[in-house]
Design a protein around this ligand. Sequence first.
Ligand code: 57M
Length: 359
Amino acid sequence: MLYHLLYPLHTTISAFNVFRYITFRTIYASLTAFLICFLLGPWVIRKLSEMQVGQYIRSDGPENHHKKAGTPTMGGTLIISSIAISTLLWANLTNFYIWIILLVTMAYGAIGFFDDYLMQVKKRNKGLSARNKFLLQSIIALIAGFLVCSQSDFNTEVTVPFFKNITPDLGWGYILFAALVIVGTSNAVNLTDGLDGLAIGPVVIASVTYMFFAYTAGHIKIADYLQINYIAGCGEAAIFCGALAGAGMGFLWFNTYPAQIFMGDVGSLPLGGALGTVAVITKQEILFVLVGGLFVVEALSVIFQVGFFKMTNGRRIFKMAPLHHHFELKGWPEPKVIVRFWIIAIALALISMSTLKLR
Ligand code: 57M
C-alpha cells in the first residue's frame, strides 16, 4: 500500500524514491512485523489466557513438559496477522507471487486455526483428523503449484544444488512437485514445534536465507552473474520473507524459554507452508533440505521411529521422536537442546548460501 501511495509522489518529493527499492521495503517490512508482534504480544497473551486457550499437555511426554500445562497457545494468529499487515503495507501488490504466498499462508493458517479451535476452545480431545488436515493442505498446495506454473515467466525446471547443468524440466508435473514441497515443509515445521522457540528460531533463519535467494533470483544482473534462474518479479518475495523474519523475532520475544505463549497449529502450519512456497517461487526447492535441514531431520526422525516401531513390534531407534524429545530424555536441559539446534540451523543456512558459488 505504501509503495503504491508514496512512490508515485517521488516526482515532487524526491525522498520517496526509496520506496522503489526492494531492500528498503524489506527492512521496513521486517521492522513493522516485529513491532506489531512485540507491541501486541502482551495483549494477545492476556486475551488468550482470559479465553482459557491453554495448552493441553500429553501425559506420555517428557516429564518437564507437564509444568507447561495451560500456557496460552494459538499465538500463530498474531504471527500471521502481522506478516499479512506488513506485507500488504510494503510489497508491490500488483505482484502475483506475493498473492500466492499470502494465499498459502492464510489458507494454512485457517486449517491450523480450525484444528486448534476444536482442541483448545471446544476442548475436543482431537482436532482435525490427520487425514483431513493432509487433504486440505494438499488441495491448497496444488492450487498454489498450478498458479505458479501458469505464470508465463515461470519455468518448470528444478534447480539441483551444486549442479548448475542439471535442471530437469518437470512440465506440468511441477505442480505435484511444488505441492509436495509445500505440504512437506508445513508438516516438518509443525513436528519441530515442540520446545520453546525451537521452531520459530529456525523459521527466522530460513526466512532470512530465502530473503537473500528471492532478492538474487529477482535481480537480472545478480542472477546472471551467479548463473541462477532469473525469475522476473520474484524479488518482491524478499519483502514477505522480511515480514516473516520480523514477525518471528517479535514472537520469539515471548516464546523463548520459558515460553509465555505457544504458536499452535495456526502458526506452525502456515509458517512451514509459506517457506515451502517461497522455496518454489525462488526455484530453490530442493535446497530446502539444507536451508530447513533441521525441520527435515526432525521429520525424518519421526518417519524412521514410526517405521521401525511398526516393523519391530515396539522397538525404538530414538528414546522418543521427534528428535528434540530424544535429547531431552537423554538429560539435556531444554534451553541446551534449543540453542544447539539453532546453531545447527545457522550453519546449514550458511552452507546453503554458499551453494550459489559452489556449482
Ligand atoms: C505437534 N506438538 C507438540 C503447541 C505447538 C506422529 C507423531 C510423531 C506426531 C507428533 C506430533 O503430534 N507433532 C506435532 C507437536 C505440543 O505443542 C503444541 O502443538 C503446536 C504445534 N503444532 O505450537 O501448541 C507440545 O510441545 C511442547 N511445546 C513447547 N514449546 C513450544 O514453544 O514446549 C510446544 C511449543 C506442547 C508443549 O509440551 O504441549 C507436541 O509435542 O505434542 N507427536 C509427538 O511429537 C509425540 N511423539 C510420539 O508420540 N512419539 C512416539 C513415536 C513412536 C511416534 C515415540 O517416539 O515413542 C510426543 N508429543 C508429546 N509428548 N507432547 C510424545 C510425547
